[in-house]
Design a protein around this ligand. Structure first.
Ligand code: SD4
Length: 331
């Protein structure tokens, strides 16, 4: 069954089930939304992404500035990095798992809370496009491994060898010690998570990664998990994450940040609280990086991380900037 039809069939039930608890659980949300919606919209349209992926935000901006929607903007924006063979943390050319297989994770979410994801996808260069197909062409949200790959071929995607000579050589070198030790701020870029607001004021997000280098076969992090690596609520805002995915999953980080904004926190305050929740669960261990970025309905942005070094890109009418993120620790 096509997704749209499936949603139509279930919409009466879902609307009744979700509206009541939302309003009941968050104080006076209607008042808050009204305040946010009445504020200045000078920051719209806007595209933001984790790390210094300037070519990706430039692409997203091109889409937004020519009147395109936020879903197309984030989709086309993150694809720039999936296609960048020099980027060994996203898409084609990504570092493999410990068995030498490149396995990709990605998800996408639109203004109507439609979403799609692929997990541990092999041999397909643009996992974000497959995730969007899952969203638009199936009644499901996530497809994993062989099933995701099979679906991609059915949708016309080509089989591609994703292991570049450079990533292969590094993996051969790594095998000499075989120590799994995620590096903080690896080469100052990593997973790309992107959020955008279009000229209509609608928000969408996308997140795509090759995951932690030399992970166990079958390991999946936060990046393709809606609520963990990415979450968008068009009434409130969006958030996305980079870093050690296990820790983001444990706190459902992106959903948490959006809910904190719903309760009145700014994107900056919400990101800081998100990081602090992770720190609180890791009192004896801080040798890992997490970075969050967030945006609210007005186009205000925020970012926070554990260790200094994380940056995020913003593209608005005001300019195209790589911004340093505040950090919980000083080094
Ligand atoms: C993961 N969050 O697979 C991703 C990878 C990442 O910094 O962002 N690394 O856990």
């Amino acid at each position: 069954m096509k997704r749209r039809k499936f949603l139509k069939n279930s919409s009466t039930l879902t609307a009744g089930m979700i509206t009541a608890p939302l309003i009941a659980s968050s104080g006076s949300p209607l008042k808050e939304f009204r305040t946010m919606n009445n504020a200045s919209k000078s920051n719209i349209p806007i595209a933001i992404c984790t790390w210094d992926f300037g070519n990706a935000t430039a692409k997203a901006w091109e889409v937004l500035n020519s009147g395109g929607n936020s879903l197309d903007a984030v989709h086309q924006g993150v694809m720039v990095e999936e296609d960048n063979l020099d980027n060994q943390t996203v898409g084609n050319g990504g570092r493999p798992d410990r068995d030498g297989n490149v396995t990709l994770d990605a998800c996408i979410m639109d203004k109507d809370a439609n979403c799609g994801a692929v997990l541990a996808l092999q041999n397909i260069a643009n996992p974000i496009s497959v995730a969007r197909k899952v969203m638009e062409e199936t009644p499901h949200v996530m497809l994993v491994g062989k099933g995701a790959e099979q679906f991609a071929y059915e949708q016309g995607f080509e089989r591609t060898n994703l292991l570049t000579e450079k990533s292969k050589q590094e993996w051969e070198e790594w095998k000499k010690t075989s120590q799994y030790k995620p590096i903080i701020n690896i080469e100052n870029h990593d997973t790309i998570g992107m959020l955008a607001i279009d000229k209509n004021g609608d928000i969408a997000g996308a997140c795509t990664t090759s995951g932690m280098a030399y992970k166990m076969a079958g390991r999946v992090g936060d990046s393709p998990i809606i609520g963990a690596g990415l979450f968008v609520d068009n009434e409130v805002g969006g958030a996305t994450a980079t870093g050690v995915g296990e820790e983001v999953v444990r706190t459902v980080g992106s959903f948490l940040i959006v809910e904190l904004m719903r309760q009145g926190k700014s994107p900056q305050e919400a990101c800081e609280e998100g990081v602090k929740r992770i720190i609180a669960k890791n009192k004896d261990k801080q040798d890992f990086q997490i970075g969050f970025i967030a945006i609210n309905k007005n186009g205000e942005t925020g970012a926070y991380c554990i260790h200094p070094g994380f940056t995020y890109r913003t593209y608005t009418q005001e300019g195209h900037v790589n911004n340093p993120s505040g950090s919980y620790l000083e080094s």
